[in-house]
Design a protein around this ligand. Structure first.
Ligand code: ATP
Ligand SMILES: Nc1ccn([C@@H]2O[C@H](COP(=O)(O)O)[C@@H](O)[C@H]2O)c(=O)n1
Length: 189
């Protein structure tokens, strides 16, 4: 089976997860959020749980081998051939390690571009009880995004793979742009 994956990218609170839920409905992809997989790993009581929890509280990036194992396991267990990988790779090391281990590159990268003030407002009113949705950690996450995650976008941009979307608009308008990128022939019948 030939596996295809698309990356959903953007700063914390840019609306990646929200748009991924719509993409799953319309285009039949399996959504794999690296953050959700890491949070599930904490809850499962795994030996890495405490380390992951501490990293997330500080807005830091968990070592690649841990996150890649979780993604690979989720892909194998799911059995779909189309994946929407959300919030990964978070830095160049994540990217290079994933491509080396899997031998795969993304079909394209959706980049949800949103100003920090808007992302901050959204995160502070998200109300999902996340330990990292407090102003101190949010600022650290923004810094990590600028310093470590934007270079990944530059890498894929140089390969012509980035599809930039203005994510500061209402959810429905953002999704119209997303649909235009996937194209009508990829819609689920
Ligand atoms: N276009 C939008 N306009 C207004 N609010 C939005 C929009 N998109 C998402 N939201 C809201 O903003 C919050 C953050 O959205 P979401 O969880 O999708 O972001 P994210 O990029 O996945 O964040 P994180 O990386 O922190 O997981 C949610 O409460 C969501 O309902
Ligand atoms: N590739 C990744 C993705 C996430 N993390 C950690 O999880 C936190 C929350 O991620 P969200 O995508 O759900 O916002 C993030 O701040 C990191 O601490 C990671 O380490 N590696």
């Amino acid at each position: 089976m030939v596996i295809k994956y698309v990356i959903s990218y953007g700063g914390p609170g840019s609306g990646k997860g929200t748009q991924c839920a719509n993409i799953v409905q319309h285009f039949g992809y399996t959504h794999l959020s690296a953050g959700d997989l890491l949070r599930a790993e904490i809850k499962s009581g795994s030996e890495n749980g405490t380390m992951i929890q501490n990293m997330i509280k500080e807005g830091k990036i968990v070592p690649s081998e841990v996150t890649i194992k979780l993604l690979q396991r989720a892909m194998q267990e799911d059995g779909n051939d189309k994946f929407l990988i959300d919030g990964f790779p978070r830095n160049e090391e994540n990217r290079a390690a994933f491509e080396k281990v899997t031998g795969m590159e993304p079909a394209f990268v959706l980049f949800f571009d949103c100003p920090e003030e808007e992302m901050e407002k959204r995160l502070l009113s998200r109300n999902q009880g996340r330990e990292d949705d407090n102003i101190e950690t949010i600022r650290k996450r923004f810094k990590v995004f600028l310093e470590s995650s934007l270079p990944v976008i530059n890498h894929y941009d140089a390969k012509g793979k980035v599809r930039k979307i203005d994510a500061a608009r209402p959810i429905e308008e953002v999704f119209e742009s997303v649909k235009a990128i996937f194209g009508p022939k990829n819609e689920k019948s």
